[in-house]
Design a protein around this ligand. Structure first.
Ligand code: CU
Length: 210
C-alpha cells in the first residue's frame, strides 16, 4: 500500500496576535475565593461568599473595560474562567491573607452570605510589589490561575477580542449579549464548580431590549 505524502504545514505568521493597550474605563471589582468548612472538613468553595442561586452581582456594561481583583483566601490555586469574553492578566501580588480574611469575615459574617457582599478594599493589605505577567500569560486569556496568598488582577473588556476600539454602552458583538439567560464565571476544577464555585453574571446593554 502506498503511503500518502507528508503534509508540509504552511509557515506560521511572524505575529500570531496583536496586543493593544487596554485601559480600565469602568468598575474595579474586588472578589474573594473562600473555602467554607463544615464539621467534618471542607464543605464548598464560594465566589465572593455567595452561593450560585443568590442574586446576580456582576453586571458589567457592554463595551466597558473592568478590572477584577481576585483575592484567593483558600489554600490552593483555582483556574478562574469567565464566559463570553477574553481578558488580560495585569498582575499578581501577595497580601496579608490572615488579616484580610479576619477583617472580611468581621465585615461580612461567615459565608454562605445571605446579603450582598460588602467590599473590603485589598490595597492596605498588599505586600511587596505587583508581579507582571510572565511572557506565556501576556496574551488574551479566558482562564487564569489564581494562586493562594495572592491577588490576581485581570482586565476584562466586554467586547469582541478583534475590536481595537470599544466604547462603554456600545455593543460590538454580532448578537445581544444582554439576552437571557446571561453568562457565568467559575472555577474550572469540576469538583469546585459543581459545588457552588460558580456565579451568574449579566451584561447590561442600554441600547437594546433584553
Ligand atoms: Cu477551584
Amino acid at each position: 500500500m502506498q503511503s500518502k505524502p507528508a503534509v508540509i504545514p504552511p509557515p506560521l505568521p511572524k505575529i500570531l496576535n496583536t496586543l493593544y493597550p487596554l485601559k480600565r474605563d469602568s468598575k474595579k471589582r474586588t472578589l474573594t475565593l473562600y473555602l467554607v468548612l463544615g464539621p467534618t472538613g471542607p464543605l464548598e468553595f464560594l465566589l465572593d461568599g455567595q452561593k450560585w442561586h443568590m442574586p446576580t452581582s456582576e453586571l458589567p456594561l457592554v463595551g466597558s473595560t473592568e478590572d477584577w481583583q481576585i483575592i484567593n483566601l483558600t489554600g490552593g490555586a483555582h483556574p478562574i474562567h469567565i464566559h463570553l469574553i477574553q481578558f488580560r492578566l495585569i498582575s499578581r501580588q501577595a497580601f496579608l491573607v490572615n488579616r484580610y480574611t479576619t477583617d472580611w469575615l468581621t465585615l461580612n459574617g461567615e459565608p454562605p452570605l445571605e446579603h450582598p457582599t460588602k467590599v473590603l478594599p485589598v490595597e492596605p493589605y498588599l505586600l511587596d510589589g505587583p508581579i507582571n505577567p510572565p511572557a506565556h500569560e501576556n496574551g488574551w486569556k479566558d482562564t487564569i490561575q489564581a494562586y493562594p496568598g495572592q491577588v490576581t488582577t485581570i482586565r476584562i473588556r466586554f467586547a469582541p477580542q478583534d475590536e481595537v476600539v470599544s466604547i462603554p454602552g456600545i455593543n460590538q458583538f454580532p448578537f445581544n449579549p444582554a439576552a437571557e439567560p446571561g453568562y457565568v464565571w467559575h472555577c474550572h476544577i469540576l469538583d469546585h464548580e459543581d459545588n457552588d464555585m460558580m456565579r451568574p453574571y449579566k451584561v447590561r446593554n442600554p441600547r437594546e431590549d433584553c
